[in-house]
Design a protein around this ligand. Structure first.
Ligand code: ADP
Length: 467
């Protein structure tokens, strides 16, 4: 059973139960009201009949007169003497009269006990309404009179009303069926629409938008579905990009490894040549060693990057006093700088302290200073620490070849190089700046660069100062 049928059946059942309950209640209320009104009338009529009996005497044509009176009120009448023996009864003798319509001692007591000496006997188990009254004077030997009537006569009016109610009930049920069918269709339509949309999204078709111009929960659900589809679309695109990046990454690794392997295999072939001088042999060995070192460096860098990618909490921060920290680093690079005739200048004030992972910060400085030395042939390299508001800004500025602006956006991507051949010649893996960015981002900061071709580059980052 689909949702629309379920909704229709539920509405129809509920409304039918409602209509039947209301109709039954209406009929019962009308019956009750009619009977209550009839009871009052019955008592009143008893007074009138008694008055008629009391006002009669031997001279009047008593019995026909009384019969006429009670016929007028459509009651059955009986007159009793003081001992309870019926003197007169309008009911034909062949009709069985219930003992409740006899004048028993109990009834006599009840008549006396009641106001105006009228006792209305409304026995729920008896189908007739019976009233007894004491007759004080009038026709001789009549002491009590009784009138009775079938209770159903009071409900006769209900019968015609009942038909009207039944007709109304049937009409309402028919109307309810039609309305509930239309209503359930109206209710079920958006559910079907939403289901179709959800299936479309599940099918991967996230480009379609669900149009549902409604201000109710269905409208909200539709906009949530649209948001979900939008999110899926975004995630899909990101996954695609990630996939492309990963493919590119593997292609780059293969490419990076292929070159040294070629060189090594070529060198091995050369080493197999006969009559090779000792000097040449040594030269080939050094080449081989350099290439092996390069591959090993490459895999070390890849391993490191992979670790940074997988573990965001690889940073172990401590207080680092920058002056002593940087001085130690600079000392290690001074021989190389002197060899290239480059001034390596450190400007840092004492007591500048930051919170950082000492080893990782060392790696950042190492990569940036190595790069500066690699891509600078003359001039100077300035390592400068200065306070910028609540941060310490560390910058490495060189007077090297500089970087064209079109490269700056992708400079920190893995294996991105402005000049592949030159980088490889200088032993670069193309992963140095990606590692720098990974470390600094784990510190909650980032690496920035400004550069001008032919004039030099400035790489800089900030760390919060510890006062
Ligand atoms: P590599 O191992 O090739 O140096 P990096 O990730 O460290 O890899 O650097 C990526 C590229 O950025 C380099 O190939 C080079 O083209 C450029 N680069 C990095 N530092 C500098 C610099 N100080 N001056 C000029 N170019 C630079």
């Amino acid at each position: 059973m689909n949702i629309q049928s379920k909704l229709s059946v539920t509405y129809i059942l509920l409304l039918i139960i409602g209509i039947i309950t209301i109709s039954a209640y209406a009929i019962l209320s009308i019956r009750f009201f009619l009977f209550a009104a009839g009871l009052d009338e019955f008592k009143n009529d008893m007074r009138i009949v008694r008055q008629a009996v009391e006002s009669s005497d031997e001279n009047t044509d008593f019995f026909p007169f009384i019969t006429e009176t009670t016929d007028l009120f459509e009651y059955d009448l009986a007159l009793f003497d003081s001992t309870g023996i019926p003197i007169y009864n309008t009911q034909p003798e062949q009709i069985f009269i219930d003992s409740r319509e006899f004048l028993s001692d109990l009834v006599v007591d009840s008549v006396r006990a009641n106001y105006e000496d009228i006792y209305i006997m409304n026995d729920p188990e008896y189908s007739r309404l019976v009233a007894f009254a004491k007759v004080d004077d009038g026709f001789p030997s009549v002491s009590y009179l009784r009138i009775s009537k079938d209770k159903e006569e009071y409900y006769e009016a209900v019968d015609s009303i009942r038909h009207i109610i039944y007709a109304g009930m049937l009409f309402s049920i028919a109307a309810v069926m039609v309305v509930s069918f239309i209503f359930s269709k109206y209710m079920a339509a958006p559910i079907k629409q939403l289901n179709d949309a959800a299936l479309t999204i599940a099918d991967g078709q996230t480009h379609e938008t669900l149009e549902m111009d409604r201000n109710d929960e269905f409208g909200t659900l539709a906009s949530s579905l649209n948001k979900m589809a939008e999110r899926f679309k975004k995630d899909n695109r990101q996954l695609q990009l990630l996939n492309e990046k990963q493919n590119q990454f593997f292609a780059d690794i293969a490419h990076e490894v292929r070159n040294p392997l070629h060189t090594i295999s070529g060198t091995i072939e050369m080493l197999q040549l006969e009559n090779l001088s000792q000097k040449k042999k040594l030269q080939y060995m050094v080449t081989m060693h350099n290439q092996v070192e390069r591959v090993s460096r490459l895999f070390n860098d890849i391993k490191m990057l992979q670790r940074y990618d997988m573990d965001q909490h690889f940073i172990d921060k401590e207080v680092v006093e920058l002056k002593s920290f940087l001085e130690k680093i600079i000392i290690t690079y001074e021989p190389l700088a002197q060899e290239k005739n480059i001034d390596l200048i450190l400007t840092v004030e004492s007591n500048m302290t930051v919170h950082a992972d000492r080893d990782k910060l060392d790696q950042v400085m190492d990569n940036l200073i190595t790069n500066a030395l690699k891509y600078t042939s003359e001039g100077s390299i300035n390592v400068l620490c200065e306070q910028v508001e609540a941060q310490i800004q560390i910058s490495i500025q060189d007077t090297g070849i500089g970087i064209a602006s079109e490269h700056l956006d992708r400079l920190f991507d893995r294996f991105y190089r402005t000049d592949k051949a030159r980088s490889r010649d200088k032993g670069g893996t193309g992963l140095g700046l990606a590692i720098v960015r990974g470390i600094l981002r784990a510190h909650g900061t980032d690496i920035l660069v400004s550069s001008e071709v032919g004039k030099g580059s400035r790489f800089y980052f900030e760390l919060p100062i510890i006062s």
